[in-house]
Design a protein. Structure first.
Length: 346
């Protein structure tokens, strides 16, 4: 694969690359490495899968990939995960992420998994964190983390340490590329600014789009109807997609189309499959799509109606998440330990 092809693979379906020139130079110079971090908080859903799917592109483009299970971060962010659940949630995230990588057509064995506590308590790391704390203002740090860390009237100190540690992770993991959802932008822009003063290099950043919620607007962790969970049964997926905001001809905030564009088509592409919309003969019969753009253009022109799109989209989404669902269905105990309130014994 030449540099142009590798770059193409790595940057497709992203919202922003900071900067394209740096990325090109990196690929021309040798073997790049990338990392993505996840704080093991709530249950993983299809939004995570969309972001994760790119790891398959990285691997195919010859990029070394590390997944950081940022256990301490999950606690530092307003105690989203209680300290004594960090281990259980980390184990659940690891299993779910392996399932997603596999479902995306790559081998989870090719990815290195690391936990935050494996290295964030090292002396060198800790000392550098104190030095960073001495040199970075509260307002700059708060601004950087505002899209990630939970905000409240009286924020904990943990939310300020959080972005500093995320910055130090880039260096500790020796990553050339920091990859994540575009909500991570503020933090990594801070990293680009301050890491060179702390013995590291500014990371090249690659941001994935955040999917809209199925009810229109943002996806919400607490609104079950706003997203497809990885453990949802085909019937539940059907039901959620059927209820989803998907007005005829409208592309804006249309979660169903976004799922197709950012998850279903990239995965079908790897599997060499096309997307089929089943439609009664009287309405023109089945439609077969090789690319998302064709779907969008038929949807906008009115050739493809939401009532026909939804059931086919639901079954394609179900198909894509099926291997992850399978993997998790054998792991009752993992889920019960990670989320005792929802899955634990009464
Ligand atoms: N901020 C990420 C999230 O929102 C988690 C993360 C933590 C990412 C540490 C990278 C990192 O180094 O889930």
């Amino acid at each position: 694969m030449d540099t142009a092809e590798r770059l193409d693979l790595v940057t497709r379906h992203t919202t922003e690359v900071v900067t394209e020139d740096e990325l090109r130079t990196l690929f021309e110079d040798g073997d790049p490495s990338a990392y993505i971090g996840y704080a093991p908080t709530g249950e993983m859903h299809i939004g995570h899968f969309t972001t994760m799917r790119k790891l398959a592109d990285f691997l195919r483009a010859g990029v070394d990939v590390t997944v950081l299970i940022a256990d301490l971060h999950a606690h530092l962010d307003d105690n989203k995960s209680p300290f004594d659940l960090l281990d259980a949630r980390s184990a659940y995230y690891e299993t779910a992420i392996e399932g997603m990588i596999e479902a995306a057509g790559a081998d989870p064995e090719d990815v290195t998994f690391v936990r935050g506590t494996d290295f964030q308590l090292d002396e060198e790391y800790t000392l550098e964190m104190y030095r960073m704390a001495a040199e970075t203002t509260i307002s700059r740090t708060q601004r950087a983390a505002s899209e990630v860390v939970r905000e409240s009237e009286s924020p904990n100190l943990g939310g300020l340490i959080y972005p500093l540690m995320q910055t130090l992770d880039v260096k500790a993991l020796d990553a050339d590329i920091a990859y994540g959802g575009v909500d991570q932008r503020g933090i990594y822009m801070l990293s680009r600014e301050i890491l060179p003063d702390h013995g590291g290099e500014s990371p090249i950043c690659l941001f994935a789009p955040l999917l809209s919620g199925l009810s229109g607007g943002k996806m919400s962790a607490s609104d079950e109807a706003s997203k497809v969970n990885l453990t949802d049964s085909p019937d539940e997926v059907d039901e959620k997609i059927n209820q989803a905001y998907c007005p005829a001809g409208e592309v804006e905030e249309n979660g169903v189309l976004e799922y197709l564009e950012h998850l279903v088509f990239p995965v079908l592409d790897v599997r060499g499959d096309s997307f089929v919309v089943e439609r009664p003969e009287e309405y023109g019969g089945d439609l077969t799509y090789e690319s998302y753009d064709e779907v969008e253009s038929d949807f906008v022109s009115g050739e493809l109606h939401p009532a026909d799109l939804k059931p086919s989209a639901a079954s394609a989404i179900s198909d894509v998440i099926d291997p992850v669902r399978e993997r998790l269905s054998d792991e009752d105990e993992l889920l019960a330990e990670a989320y005792p309130e929802k899955y634990g014994a009464e």
